[in-house]
Design a binder for this molecule. Structure first.
Ligand SMILES: [Fe+2]
Length: 316
């Protein structure tokens, strides 16, 4: 897996993912997690500038497989790994497991991953058609459960890492988190769409972080060396041992083949209008909204505020 990661060679930053276009709010796709990270200072409530926090959480990512499309040749056995399939069946009690995506995350020293829940999927509501924050809100609201398709996520590691623990809240956002150290040849499988999780800071003895900015790339230079580049300009170099590398696997978990077919044929898909009407109706029922429906930007902020209840930070 390490060789495959090196051969893939070049990794873009997560912030290069597109912004919300459907509702024209101008907000980043995951403004829910980013806003909470900046306002809370992360899991330990650290106080830093917005620029510093942005550099810390703008890690590097690439997809290795997407559906049947293989982007990193050699990933096939991992995509169909029996251990993950069995763990998904056992976790969800659903027998038909269909792998959907494999992607790699790379963090350099000083980086961390803001606490969040992943983007779930509902019939007709996926990240290709709707803003990611909205799909997250849908799940947290509990108003669309009958359309939800459970997704199992496995995260796997291929080295020992200093810092960079996988921090998650298995008993909910109000109970204490568990920090799982990154150890060679281990993995965890869970419902990351429901369980809040993040990555603690990767050890950086100086406490500083490279001046990382959107649009930079992380490149494998061979001989165990990686370089962050801005175009052809070198920003920072790292040894493999200093970095954090994980590969994630996601799979749909169907009850049976009939459910899988209904999903593929887009029977009973949700529309954006239906979703917004139901959410706005709920805000009115809760007494949070009176009078006219606000514009999309204000509505987006209100929806995330109302439904996505992040775990409170616990200063170290
Ligand atoms: Fe995640």
């Amino acid at each position: 897996m390490v060789r495959l990661c090196e051969q893939f060679g070049s990794y873009k930053m997560y912030s290069e993912e597109r912004v919300d276009s459907e509702l024209q709010t101008g907000l980043p796709e995951r403004f829910d997690a980013a806003k909470n990270f900046v306002e809370s200072g992360g899991r330990f409530g650290r106080r830093e500038s917005v620029e510093m926090l942005a550099a810390r959480t703008n890690y590097f990512r690439e997809s290795y497989a997407y559906g049947d499309e293989i982007l990193a040749p050699g990933i096939e056995p991992f995509l169909h790994h029996a251990g993950f399939v069995e763990a998904a069946q056992a976790t969800y009690g659903r027998p038909v497991i269909v792998p959907a995506i494999v992607y790699a995350n790379l963090l350099v020293p000083g980086q961390e991953l803001a606490v969040h829940t992943d983007v779930p999927e509902f019939r007709g509501a996926n990240r290709k058609k709707m803003p990611q924050w909205l799909i997250v809100v849908m799940h947290h609201s509990g108003l669309f459960d009958e359309w939800r398709m459970p997704i199992a996520t496995a995260v796997s590691w291929y080295h020992d890492c200093k810092g960079g623990e996988f921090a998650f809240y298995p008993d909910g956002p109000t109970a204490p988190p568990v920090a799982l150290p990154v150890r060679f040849n281990t993995a965890i499988l869970l419902d990351t769409d429901s369980v809040f999780h993040g990555v603690d800071r990767v050890s950086e003895p100086s406490g500083e972080i490279a001046p990382l900015k959107p649009g930079m790339r992380l490149r494998c230079e061979g001989n165990g060396t990686w370089r962050v580049v801005k175009g052809e300009e070198s920003v920072a170099t790292y040894r493999w041992e200093e970095m954090r590398f994980s590969i994630s696997w996601k799979a749909y978990c169907f009850r049976d083949q009939a459910e899988r077919r209904a999903w593929a044929q887009h029977r009973d898909d949700l529309s954006l209008e239906f979703i917004l009407d139901r959410l706005v109706g709920d805000l009115r029922r809760l007494g949070r909204l009176t009078g006219e429906r606000p514009g999309n930007l204000d509505l987006a902020l209100q929806l995330v505020d109302e439904y996505v209840r992040f775990p409170a930070p616990a200063p170290a």
